[in-house]
Design a protein around this ligand. Structure first.
Ligand code: PRP
Ligand code: URA
Length: 209
């Protein structure tokens, strides 16, 4: 089973509370989502491999560590996942970015795929699939299915708020995928929204509705 981690650093808890507030407007919502994603990237990248490199300081030659191994690609699930990309790019600026477009049918809660555009070498990259919300888990599972079908194998899923129901089904469907969230909430309501949650992440990020 992949790792499941709630990244509950005090700064992250504070910032998640800011965006949960229904009075938080689009501008601040967007800025704070970015900040949380950046802080999460710091923790998620903790296990990145490093290798010895020889460098010359103004004083002497020395062997030190730099990042090695697999390169990263960030894969936002459209739309709301877009809000997390820039924050992660601040820490991992060389990452490529692929897109998977999904929307959840409001009646059936089933996800529908409408767009996929990925870097050519996803099979050799560490993929960070990002979406603020893991609710029923349908969207995350479909996005990761889609990536695996195209050759991806090294995948981490990163969200801001997760429902226990979504974590369980995602772990069952993709036991090889590590899941990171900033908050683990209580449950889903009858409309498939996370409780207490933060409402519709896409609408709050983009000011729709
Ligand atoms: C939201 C959210 C996730 C999905 C989560 O997207 O950003 O992608 O719902 O729900 P699930 O775990 O039950 O599948 P939505 O479908 O509303 O699309 P949007 O990002 O374009 O608003
Ligand atoms: N999608 C959202 O944007 N919010 C939820 O609470 C559930 C799904």
């Amino acid at each position: 089973m992949g790792k499941f981690q709630v990244i509950d650093h005090p700064l992250i808890q504070h910032k998640v509370s800011i965006i949960r507030d229904k009075n938080c407007g689009t501008k601040v919502f967007r800025e704070v989502v970015d900040e949380i994603a950046m802080l999460m990237a710091y923790e998620i990248s903790r296990d990145m491999p490093v290798e010895d490199v020889v460098i010359e300081t103004p004083i002497t030659k020395t062997t030190q560590k730099m990042l090695a191994g697999k390169k990263v690609a960030i894969i936002p699930i459209l739309r709301a996942g877009l809000g997390m990309v820039d924050g992660i790019l601040q820490l991992i600026p060389a990452a490529k970015v692929g897109h998977v477009g999904l929307y959840r049918d409001e009646e059936t809660l089933e996800p529908h795929e409408y767009f996929v555009k990925l870097p050519e070498d996803i099979d050799s990259r560490q993929l960070l699939v990002v979406d603020p919300m893991l609710a029923t888990g349908g969207s995350a599972i479909m996005a990761i299915d889609s990536l695996k079908k195209r050759g991806a194998s090294n995948i981490k899923f990163v969200c801001l708020v997760a429902a226990p129901e979504g974590v369980k089904v995602l772990q069952e469907a993709h036991p090889d995928v590590d899941i990171y969230t900033a908050a683990l909430d209580d449950h889903l309501n009858d409309h498939g929204y996370i409780v207490p949650g933060l409402g519709d992440a896409g609408d709050r990020l983009f000011g729709t509705k």
